[in-house]
Design a binder for this molecule. Structure first.
Ligand code: CA
Ligand code: CA
Length: 482
């Protein structure tokens, strides 16, 4: 969850209004559905190792990164297995950021997926996910390289014992909606609802507001149709940790005790400095992880019943202690003590990447890069975060030491082509035209160079894709691996 400034709220409302209208009538929940009832034994996390799929809108706020650090901490303790990490927004750097953190903490094999559906969900919330992607070892250059989260969900769930999986959802319910709507496939003969019924013990969802029912919480508000569908159809019990729980718990101030190169520390530094100017951040997502692994403990009690989500993302609760399939956490312990515990768990996760690659990053404005040529000089764009030019013959050059290179920049309907020369030899012609604008993403990669020093030269071409309206090339930075 996060609080948004007005400009973003307006954008979000417009975008989500558009796609909500394209959802099937059943998903719009125009008529009140019958509540899912749950007759089984009510789950009690904390009594056994939690097998967790982490489904996050990482990037929209930084608590998603802190919560992932907690999961790695619990995994080190032997209290949790991380089965998969999935991004549920359309941020291009979400999945790669998840992978970078997993690699740093020594779990490079955790499957990573990302939302690939039609909804547009906070695509420009790059924040810390962009620098973490570009400065850390990953196999995913950006989210376009990641698998569809639904496919990962289905593959991972089908391989687990029945009634053994806890899903921790700390963002939009887009991936879970896609899972519930999924058909039988190579991984399972069951449709999404039946696969969840068989495999999922519990869903811990950071979402909703169970104190002020007149105010929509961010995760529900941004994608209300998905929040509705999951509340209406999920066959497994859902325990919501509402916005009111995490709001009181400011964590992150102890990040300076983390290793200097810890990507979660860097995420907090970037987010708190650039976005909020605050010293701590509310712990919405951290509480979902803590409940999923530790259970209620002395931290919380819960109210069990039925939950309705409305078209505007507001929710309602109806108590039903016997068969209600939904519940929400209620504060019990002093928030200061819960906060201390959250910080403690987050900090306990340690770097475990002894064979990590030597990754370095040159931002577009790095003085080792020279821009020249063409009818006019390269300009700076977006607060110097990118350089751009459209003059044929304009060049970008630098020398580097390494065996692998990823060039980050823009794609879009006004973008052009460039050639790449390595050590004076042309090795590629790249077209950055795309019908849909991606402000920043990986636009070119080179692998398996001879170790040693090389020169890179990019030259903008006059030739362009016939569909493109111009010949712009936009450069965000270069990731290098020795
Ligand atoms: Ca979140
Ligand atoms: Ca940049």
């Amino acid at each position: 969850m996060k609080k948004r400034n007005l400009a973003v709220v307006v954008l979000g409302t417009a975008v989500f209004g558009m796609f909500a209208n394209t959802m099937p009538a059943s998903a719009a929940a125009a008529e009140a559905p019958a509540f899912v009832q749950y007759e089984g034994e009510w789950p009690a996390p904390g009594n056994e190792v939690a097998n967790i799929i982490y489904d996050t809108d990482i990037a929209d706020d930084v608590d998603d990164a802190g919560a992932l650090a907690m999961l790695h901490s619990y995994a080190e303790e032997g209290r949790a297995n991380i089965l998969a990490t999935l991004c549920n927004s359309t941020c291009i750097y979400g999945a790669s950021c998840l992978e970078a953190i997993n690699i740093y903490y020594g779990r490079p094999d955790i499957p990573v997926g990302t939302y690939k559906g039609d909804a547009v969900l906070t695509p420009d919330s790059y924040y810390y996910c962009k620098p973490v992607t570009m400065k850390y070892e990953t196999t995913l250059r950006d989210g376009a390289d990641a698998r569809d989260a639904v496919e990962v969900y289905r593959e991972v769930l089908s391989a687990q014992p029945d009634n053994s999986v806890t899903i921790v959802s700390v963002g939009f319910l887009s991936n879970l909606t896609a899972l519930l709507n999924s058909e039988p496939d190579e991984y399972s003969d069951l449709d999404g609802v039946e696969l969840m019924r068989q495999k999922v013990k519990l869903v811990c969802c950071m979402g909703g507001n169970f104190q002020d029912f007149d105010t929509a919480e961010f995760n529900f508000m941004c994608d209300p149709a998905s929040a509705q569908l999951v509340a209406d159809k999920c066959p497994a019990p859902i325990v919501y940790t509402g916005g009111e729980i995490g709001s009181k718990l400011g964590t992150g101030s102890r990040r300076y005790e983390m290793e200097l190169d810890n990507p979660v520390r860097i995420s907090y530094d970037v987010y708190l400095t650039d976005e909020t100017g605050e010293g701590t951040r509310p712990s919405w997502d951290l509480t979902a992880v803590m409940y999923a692994v530790e259970g209620l403990g002395d931290y919380w009690t819960l109210e069990r019943g039925n939950v309705t989500v409305f078209d505007d993302g507001k929710d309602a609760f109806e108590k039903n202690e016997e068969t209600g399939a939904r519940a929400f956490l209620v504060e019990k312990m002093d928030p200061a003590d819960v906060t201390a515990r959250l910080d403690e768990v987050m900090l306990a996760a340690k770097k475990n990447n002894p064979n990590g690659k030597d990754v370095s990053f040159m931002d577009n404005c790095n003085c080792r890069i020279s821009y020249a040529g063409g009818d006019r000089n390269w300009g700076n764009w977006n607060g110097n975060d990118m350089n751009f030019a459209n003059a044929p013959g304009a060049t970008m050059e630098f020398t580097f030491t390494g065996t692998s290179l990823d060039l980050y920049g823009g794609k879009g309907p006004d973008q052009g082509k460039f050639t790449v020369e390595i050590d004076g030899q042309q090795v590629a012609e790249v077209d950055t035209y795309d019908a849909v604008e991606e402000i920043t993403c990986c636009i070119y990669s080179l692998r398996d160079l001879e170790p040693g020093e090389h020169t890179f030269k990019l030259t903008i071409l006059e030739d362009k894709n016939p569909e493109s309206s111009d010949t712009f090339v936009r450069i965000d930075g270069v990731k290098l691996v020795k």
